[in-house]
Design a protein around this ligand. Structure first.
Ligand code: NI
Length: 171
């Protein structure tokens, strides 16, 4: 497994709409494994392919491992789609591509997601709470949307300016 480099905002590659993949192949599975390795190392609970510079509709999510130090149990999905949304929840979100910043975002509290798993089988997943938030956050990445796109323009520009400055300082 290879650890990949995570792009951080501002970066035009994070704004692209990613392409659906025709099928989950060995190459996709390698990407999924490398994304999981990268996510666990960075102590994230989700990662989308555009965050590692791959413009494909592939995500990995594991909301339990980092918080509870449990067993790794990644959910891999290609071409994920939200079939149903219900309710509302406010979560303080962060993102590996927006390091050191968090903000409250309102999202659906329950979602039903459809996608292809690592075996190229179609699966349907019902998710609540943090898992629902995480799926919505990762699917947003596939459409070039970051959590800071859901907050006020002023807050967003402050965060982006700080991140830009940090990049210029080469940190
Ligand atoms: Ni993110």
């Amino acid at each position: 497994m290879t650890r990949l480099t995570i792009l951080t905002a501002p970066d035009s590659r994070l704004k692209l709409k990613a392409q659906p993949i025709p099928a989950v192949t060995d190459a996709t599975r390698r990407l999924m494994e490398n994304m999981a390795e990268t996510m666990y190392h960075a102590q994230g609970i989700g990662l989308a392919a555009p965050q590692v510079g791959v413009s494909q509709r592939v995500i990995v999510v594991d909301v339990n491992y980092c918080q509870k130090e449990g067993k790794k149990n990644p959910i891999f999905l290609a071409n994920p789609e939200i079939l149903q949304k219900e309710g509302e929840v406010v979560w303080n979100e962060g993102c590996l591509s927006v390091p050191e910043h968090t903000s409250e975002v309102t999202r659906a509290a329950h979602v039903q997601i459809k996608g292809l798993n690592q075996h190229n089988q179609e699966v349907i997943i019902d998710a609540d709470e943090v898992l629902a938030v995480c799926f919505q956050h990762e699917i947003d990445h596939l459409d070039g949307i970051l959590f800071i796109d859901h907050i006020s323009r002023l807050k967003r520009s402050i965060i982006l300016q700080k991140l830009k400055k940090k990049k210029q300082q080469g940190e």
